[in-house]
Design a protein around this ligand. Structure first.
Ligand SMILES: Nc1ncnc2c1ncn2[C@@H]1O[C@H](COP(=O)(O)OP(=O)(O)O)[C@@H](O)[C@H]1O
Ligand SMILES: [Mg+2]
Length: 327
């Protein structure tokens, strides 16, 4: 059963309209129930939460104010601006990771309170982990939560073969970081932050790395800098110190596998599904693979089986996704 702390949290978050805490607590109650062997209860709570979440996200006003800043001139080929509606709730994460992300958004919401005591929110985050585990989505969710524009740094626009030009382009990015508050997302940062260039551009790779380190050091802006890598082993050791936090992304646990599939299949009948078999067959797939498999299964359910997810169909969809990795 839910603990009294959880019940109080539910009541409080409902009363204050804090939808994201409300759902987060409900999910914790479901995980606790699952751990206590009350699988059916856990499933019911999760399905309910998943349906309510979908309804809530459909209610969100989607009209954004007109963009306040669109990169122009040279910046247009270096930064891509967007205004994501994504929320942390849309991500399925380990409890520890979710808590850390919520901690960061809270620090930004309460940055005036922190400033009164000479403190600043953490602004530079390094996200590391395999592809398809939610790093890009996290950058969008942080922007969405804080109502900030998301500026994605386009590596193709930044990295050039001309000596010293990459550093000059990075300077343009960091000028924007300073003048326009936003979430700046450096995806595949290993391409900029490795000192190991190919044989003939070792010198240039070093220069790029050094300028990135310097810009990170000098940055005292109000923007968030989020760097992501699928290969943290390639990163130069000096880069880690420049970040306020490093977050490890992982492929989902068997509980996570079920949560992702259920979140995406919540509107269908899942009574036929053998979750233990499904989660064991899906072991090793990323969150992105699972979302894709869930959509594959949903299409079959709609077209062939009257909205019912058949265990066998879901199994095939998962096996097909796993096959993609082997071929
Ligand atoms: N943790 C997650 N929770 C929910 N969906 C996820 C998660 N990770 C990935 N996805 C799904 O996979 C897609 C690709 O994930 P992405 O954030 O681009 O992964 P990464 O940047 O780590 O390679 C997302 O748009 C989303 O549909
Ligand atoms: Mg990504």
């Amino acid at each position: 059963m839910a603990s009294s702390k959880q019940l109080l949290g539910l009541i409080r978050s409902h009363a204050t309209g804090d939808e994201s805490s409300f759902f987060a607590i409900a999910e914790h109650i479901a995980s606790d129930a699952a751990k206590a062997g009350r699988g059916r209860m856990a499933d019911e709570i999760r399905t309910l939460v998943s349906n309510l979440r979908t309804e809530a996200s459909e209610r969100r006003p989607s009209a954004r104010p007109t963009p306040i800043f669109a990169p122009r001139g040279e910046l247009a080929s270096i930064l891509h601006a967007s205004y994501p509606e994504t929320r942390i709730d849309d991500l399925i994460l380990s409890e520890a990771l979710e808590t850390r992300l919520r901690g960061v958004t809270r620090e930004h919401r309460e940055r005036e309170l922190l400033a009164e005591r000479g403190l600043e929110p953490r602004r530079k985050l390094l996200l590391a982990g395999p592809p398809g585990t939610g790093k890009t989505m996290t950058a969008a969710a942080l922007a969405g939560e804080l109502g900030l524009p998301l500026f994605t740094v386009m590596l193709d626009g930044v990295i050039t073969k001309f000596m010293g030009e990459t550093a000059a382009k990075l300077r343009l990015v960091f000028d924007a970081v300073e003048t326009t508050r936003g979430v700046y997302f450096f995806d595949e940062v290993d391409a900029l932050a490795t000192s190991r260039g190919t044989e003939n551009d070792v010198g240039e790779a070093r220069r790029t790395l050094n300028s990135l380190l310097q810009f990170l050091d000098q940055d005292k802006s109000a923007s968030l800098l989020i760097a992501a890598t699928n290969h943290s082993a390639l990163l130069d050791a000096a880069i880690f110190r420049r970040f306020d936090a490093s977050l490890a992304y992982e492929r989902p646990s068997s509980d996570g596998i079920q949560r992702i599939l259920k979140a995406h299949l919540g509107r269908f009948s899942m009574a036929d599904v053998d979750w233990i078999a499904v989660s064991s067959n899906a072991a090793g797939l990323s969150q992105a693979d699972l979302v894709a498999a869930a959509k594959d299964a949903a299409r079959v359910a709609v077209l062939d089986h009257n909205g019912i997810i058949r265990n066998e169909v879901l199994g095939t969809c998962i096996a097909e996704r796993a096959q993609l990795h082997r071929s």
